[in-house]
Structures are given as structure tokens and as C-alpha cells.
Design a protein around this ligand. Structure first.
Ligand code: FAD
Length: 475
């Protein structure tokens, strides 16, 4: 890393210089004003900085970044602050500001014929879904935090969600980016092209970089045809093995109509019902595992419903599924999805992992991981759920009561090690979705090869030679 520029300005003069760029009301320093920006969604990570700065345009972002570059002040980009690994929270290892992109919230254009929209980084994900819908299109990125997370954060974490099976991760939904580089220059890569082979595809450096390479200020997003029919099913299966067999069977029978395929353990369903007793158990009888599946298509609702019903009958006859409840209305479909969406708050406190393995290895990940954990921590409870259509599991570990769970959390590292060892054995990833942030920075060093770590560091140094972008995150 090149030596960091030394500050010329006294702290108060620096604050004034920031205020002269964005306006004094958008430079926050009062304790109550900065508090929400200095703590993460789960209140696990907390930090402090010189100020929270809220620019209102790309040009203002560029000026703030250029000022910080001159003064050697580091920048923590922040969008909706729903990331779960401390990526948007200052670490205190350098003099830092938090740069919130939330005022960059304009939809610059929607082009239905090109199936694209150009949006600013601070647009809330749900607003973008609604804008696409109003234009008769679908923006398929969908996750439980969609009412708060912002597209800049989604891009910077390469967010997944429930539509990955059909539409891919955020990376697959982007055609172009506008980025303020660590020296304050603006890279306008807002191309709305599906084909462009003119050298390195630079946008991919910034997607999933967790704010360590520059600040994403705008993006061209892909839109898709809006499905005119959908079927939501709550399915009971005997085991994770049957769940992956069902996934393969339904993909064979329904093709890309299978849009979402979420695994939910009985333990998670019980936690949801305990948390919100108004939520009914969708099926009679208790089953060990469930799938929440969504099928969507163009064409008539009755055609998709008939096709889905035939597929479920065939899977029942093959012995792949035990029972199924099909939503008969949009309200019933929403009620089924609310079970899935309530899981994070229903098991808020435990040791969380967000891992992926090849889909065919999901049963081993669950069974071998839980067996190894039980040996070390008898009586533990696995809150297992996730997007198994893309091999991603939330592998959360608690105990039967709160006190024992808190004691287990003190041994979090030992729990992590057991889970990560099984992930490594199965060729998986220790961070499938939420990224590295502060939380998994040490863990990735042990699991990526020295060659890979060196390449990552070299790319970082090339773009950010003074290490001013989100220090203490990822690398
Ligand atoms: C209830 C709940 C459910 C969730 N479900 C999912 C899920 O299904 N799939 C999934 O992938 N994630 C999920 N998440 C995690 C989180 O919502 C995602 O990581 C989301 O993409 C973060 O967006 P954000 O706007 O909150 O970003 P933030 O938390 O503000 O930031 C995340 C990271 O991106 C950086 N960053 C933010 N904006 C910019 C920018 N403009 N330029 C450069 N860097 C930037 C930050 O520095 C930080 O490192 C969930 C979180 C919650 C609370």
C-alpha cells in the first residue's frame, strides 16, 4: 500500500469543507443523528467516525471522495445498512467517514423496449420492483430486507434472494455501472448493452466488492417480462435428500417456471409459529422438512395451475414428496411467503452461517455438519433454511433455551470452525450471500489460496493504492 496522504485541514475545517460540498444539513456529527449509521441491523457491529456525509448527486460524491483522498480520510460506503457482516460500519482502524448513498435515490430512466432501467445507488429495492411493475416489467431481485436495502448495497454485496434459481444473483441483473473511484474520478460505465466485448468487463470488479474499490453511484439494471401466472406451494418432504431430488424432478417437469425453491426445517417453522402465533401451520401433521416453491409463467393462470398440479401428483407417486398445499389465492401465497420471511426474526439470536455447497451435497452438509456439531455441543439445535435451489443454506446454530444459546455464542469461533470444515470438505463457500465484511475477513484468509488472496490484494492496490475505501473489510 502506498503511504497515506496526511491531513492538511484541522478536524473542524474538514467538516466545513464537507459541508461546503453537500450542505451543512447533510454532514451529521451529533450523537443522535449519527447513531443509526454507526450500528448495524442486528446491533452486532458498532463503530464511530468523523461524520456521516449524505451527498445528493454523483458529482457531490466525487467531490467528497476527492477531498477525503487529499486528506487521507477513509470512507465507509453505506446504503440501507441491512448487511449482516459489518461491511457498512466503521472499524475505527483509520480516520473514517460514513458516506451514505441514500439521497441518490432517483430512477433516471426506464426503457421498456430495451428491458432496462437506469437507477441511482440509494434507491430502495422495493421501489425499483414497483417502478418495474408500473412499466409492465419485472425486476426480479427479491429478499426479505427489500423494504430497506438499497440497490447500491445489493450491487456491492452481489445480493441473492429468492429468485436466484431463475434469474441469477445481482451480478446477473446488471448491464452497466457508474462508479466514483477512490481518487474522486467518475467512471461512467452506464452502458445498456447485452453484448460488448471491448476488453475487461470492469463493472464486475465493483459488484460484490463491498465498497472496497469505489462507490457505486448508479446502475443499468435488466428487466424481464412480468409473469402473468403463478403458483405457490408448501411441500412436506422426508429429508434434505428428498428435497434435492424434488428440485431436480420439478426442474425436469416445469423447467424455468420453477422460480423459487426454499428449504425450511420443522424447527424453523416451529420458531415462526412461536414468534407469530397468528401464522397457521399450512399442512396437517408434522413433517421434518418443508419446501416453499414458486412457479411462474406467462399465459393463463389455469394452465400453469394444471401443469403444476400434474407435476406434484407425479412427484407424489414417485415418493419424492409427502404432502403439498397449493395457495388458492394471492393472499394465501403471501401468507406462505410470510412464514419464510419471518424466519430471520424468529431465530434472531444464534450462531449464524451463510454457506453454499453444490446442490447435490446439501444433504451431507446438513447431516454431517449437525452430527459433528452435536459431538462438540450436545443438545444443540440447527435452524436450517435457505435458497437450496442455488445451494445456499442459512446454517444457524442455537441451543434449546436462550441462556444456553448465549453461552454457545461465546464459543462462536469453535462452532464456525466445525461448520466451515464441513463446507471445505464439500467444496463449498463460507459466505454465499452476505459477503465478508468485518466478520469473515480472517476466516477467508484461511480458506482461500495464497495465490487468490494475492490477486485480490493486487486488484485492490491498483484501484485504491492508499487503502482509503472501506478499510478493515474483505481484505
Ligand atoms: C432480514 C434480512 C434478510 C436478508 N436476506 C438476504 C438474502 O436473501 N440475500 C442476500 O444476498 N442478502 C440478504 N440480506 C443481507 C442484506 O440485505 C444484503 O446484503 C443487501 O444487499 C445489503 O444492502 P444494503 O443496502 O443494506 O447495504 P449495506 O448494508 O448498507 O452495505 C453492504 C455493503 O456494501 C457496501 N456498499 C453499500 N453501498 C455501496 C455503494 N453505493 N458503493 C459501494 N459500496 C457500497 C457497504 O460498505 C457494505 O460493505 C438480508 C438481510 C436482512 C436484514
Amino acid at each position: 500500500m502506498a503511504s497515506v496522504p496526511q491531513p492538511d485541514l484541522a478536524p473542524q475545517a474538514f467538516i466545513q469543507a464537507l459541508a461546503s460540498v453537500v450542505g451543512a444539513q447533510y454532514v451529521l456529527t451529533a450523537k443522535d443523528d449519527v447513531a443509526p449509521y454507526y450500528t448495524d441491523w442486528r446491533h452486532v457491529f458498532a463503530g464511530t467516525g468523523i461524520a456521516v456525509v449524505r451527498p445528493g448527486s454523483t458529482e457531490e460524491v466525487a467531490k467528497v471522495v476527492a477531498l477525503c483522498a487529499t486528506e487521507g480520510i477513509a470512507i465507509v460506503p453505506q446504503a440501507g445498512n441491512t448487511g449482516l457482516v459489518g461491511g457498512s460500519i466503521p472499524t475505527g482502524m483509520r480516520k473514517e467517514i460514513v458516506l451514505s448513498v441514500s439521497r441518490l435515490n432517483r430512477i433516471r430512466s426506464v426503457d421498456p423496449l430495451n428491458d432496462t432501467m437506469t437507477v441511482e445507488a440509494g434507491c430502495v429495492l422495493q421501489t425499483l420492483q414497483e417502478a418495474a411493475d408500473a412499466a409492465g416489467r419485472l425486476f426480479p431481485l427479491s429478499l426479505a430486507a427489500e423494504g430497506s436495502c438499497q440497490i447500491g448495497g445489493n450491487l456491492s454485496t452481489n445480493a441473492g434472494g429468492v429468485g436466484v434459481l431463475r434469474y441469477g444473483n445481482t451480478r446477473d441483473l446488471v448491464l452497466g455501472l457508474e462508479v466514483v473511484l477512490p481518487d474522486g474520478r467518475i467512471w461512467n460505465g452506464l452502458k445498456a448493452l447485452r453484448k460488448d466485448n471491448t476488453g475487461y468487463d470492469l463493472k464486475h470488479l465493483f459488484i460484490g466488492a463491498e465498497g472496497t474499490m469505489g462507490i457505486i453511484t448508479a446502475a443499468v439494471l435488466k428487466l424481464f417480462p412480468k409473469p402473468s401466472s403463478s403458483t405457490t406451494a408448501w411441500i412436506a418432504v422426508e429429508s434434505p435428500q428428498k428435497a434435492v431430488e424434488l428440485l431436480a424432478a420439478l426442474r425436469g417437469l416445469m423447467g424455468d417456471r420453477l422460480t423459487a425453491f426454499e428449504l425450511i426445517s420443522r424447527v424453523c417453522l416451529d420458531a415462526v409459529i412461536h414468534c407469530k402465533p397468528s401464522i397457521p401451520d399450512p399442512l396437517p401433521g408434522r413433517h421434518p422438512w418443508y419446501i416453499l416453491a414458486e412457479l411462474t409463467d406467462g399465459g393463463k393462470q389455469e394452465d400453469l395451475a394444471a401443469r403444476a398440479e400434474a407435476a406434484f401428483i407425479e412427484c407424489t407417486e414417485r415418493g419424492t414428496l409427502l404432502d403439498v398445499a397449493l395457495a388458492q389465492s394471492e393472499g394465501q401465497a403471501k401468507a406462505l411467503w410470510s412464514i419464510r420471511e419471518t424466519i430471520p426474526e424468529a431465530q434472531f439470536t444464534n450462531v449464524k452461517h451463510d454457506v453454499s455447497v453444490p446442490i447435490s451435497s446439501i444433504p451431507r452438509m446438513i447431516e454431517e455438519g449437525l452430527a459433528d456439531l452435536q459431538k462438540a455441543f450436545p443438545g444443540l439445535v440447527g435452524y436450517i433454511f435457505g435458497h437450496i435451489g442455488d445451494g445456499n443454506l442459512h446454517y444457524n446454530i442455537g441451543m434449546a433455551d436462550e441462556e444456553a444459546t448465549r453461552a454457545l455464542m461465546d464459543k462462536r469461533k469453535a462452532v464456525n470452525e466445525i461448520v466451515y470444515a464441513v463446507v471445505a470438505k464439500l467444496g463449498g463457500s463460507i459466505s454465499a450471500e452476505h459477503g465478508v465484511g468485518q466478520q469473515k475477513r480472517e476466516a477467508i484468509k484461511l480458506r482461500k489460496s495464497p495465490v487468490e488472496m494475492e490477486l485480490m490484494q493486487r486488484v485492490k492496490d491498483a484501484l485504491d493504492p492508499h487503502g482509503l475505501m472501506n478499510p478493515g473489510k474483505v481484505l
